[in-house]
Design a protein. Structure first.
Length: 292
């Protein structure tokens, strides 16, 4: 009987982009999921990989574990890097523990690195289990892969990884860079309005992803107006503008406990109220990250 939760080996491509510019960044340890064709991510197996690349030659280990069980296999791997593609094959099962009458299949395939999202993605087929094939998704993480019966960690990270990936979030190392490099923009409103302009929704969606990607992060939303109208009316209008942003965040998957809002009416202008351009810049919502 073939183990229905196969795993695999991985690593990949190099790219000439800004996020990871050096080949040495592809060295080291990765973890993720391996899925047979037809499986969803949450049905896949846990995989840990240690890649070593010297002069284009790949060596290392891959540890496959059946999710939430004690079953595992440790396999030696070899392969080569050619440009942006890393080819691999599993060569020897060094150690394993499997369910009764199940089998760990030997795999081969190719992988590629996504420099935008920070994931390693590839496909595989089996060299000894008939038509077994599938996909693997990895992200980089600093750990020492275990080559004995005891795994180096629990599988507590796995559900969060699947959720974050399916939510379109980047890999953890990329999320740190996204947060560090994130530039706030004010959201501007039409005169006497609290409706969000279509042009601002791309920014709001990017902000949602940054906040969702960091469990210790909240965002403060502060509404403002120009000086047209009474103080009381402007206080209410600035509150409605902040609430419109909060509602958009919640409707697009950001939990309300990650949000805080404030409103200041006309009392904190960003520009003069003596010109039409200045008043437009004052009809706004501002943002600020808050650490838990």
């Amino acid at each position: 009987m073939i183990d229905m939760r196969l795993p695999l080996i991985v690593f990949c491509c190099f790219i000439s982009v800004t996020i990871y510019a050096a080949k040495s960044d592809f060295q080291g340890t990765w973890q993720g999921v391996i899925m047979r064709a037809g499986q969803s991510m949450d049905e896949g197996s846990v995989v840990y990989v240690d890649f070593q690349i010297t002069d284009g030659k790949l060596s290392g280990y891959m540890r496959e574990e059946t999710y939430d069980t004690e079953y595992y296999a440790i396999k030696q791997i070899k392969g080569q890097q050619e440009g942006d593609i890393l080819s691999f094959e599993q060569t020897v099962i060094q150690d394993d523990h499997s369910a009764f009458r199940s089998k760990w299949c030997m795999l081969e395939g190719e992988f590629e690195y996504d420099p935008i999202k920070g994931y390693m993605k590839g496909s595989f087929s089996s060299t000894d289990c008939g038509r077994v094939r599938g996909d693997i998704i990895l992200y980089k993480k600093d750990f020492e892969i275990s080559t004995n019966a005891q795994s180096h960690s629990t599988h507590s990270w796995f559900a969060g990884f699947v959720r974050d990936y399916n939510d379109g979030l980047s890999a953890p190392l990329i999320r740190i860079k996204e947060r560090e490099n994130f530039v706030f923009e004010p959201i501007f409103f039409d005169f006497d309005k609290a409706e969000i302009r279509e042009e601002h929704k791309d920014f709001l969606d990017r902000l949602i992803k940054v906040v969702k990607g960091h469990s210790d992060l909240r965002v403060q939303v502060t509404g403002h107006t120009d000086s047209e109208g009474s103080n009381g009316y402007n206080d209410d209008l600035s509150k409605r503008r902040a609430e419109a942003i909060i509602q958009y965040f919640v409707e697009n998957g950001l939990s309300k406990d990650r949000l805080k809002f404030d409103f200041k009416g006309e009392n904190d202008p960003a520009d003069t109220n003596d010109t039409a351009e200045g008043r437009q810049r004052n009809r706004r919502v501002d943002f600020e990250f808050i650490q838990h």
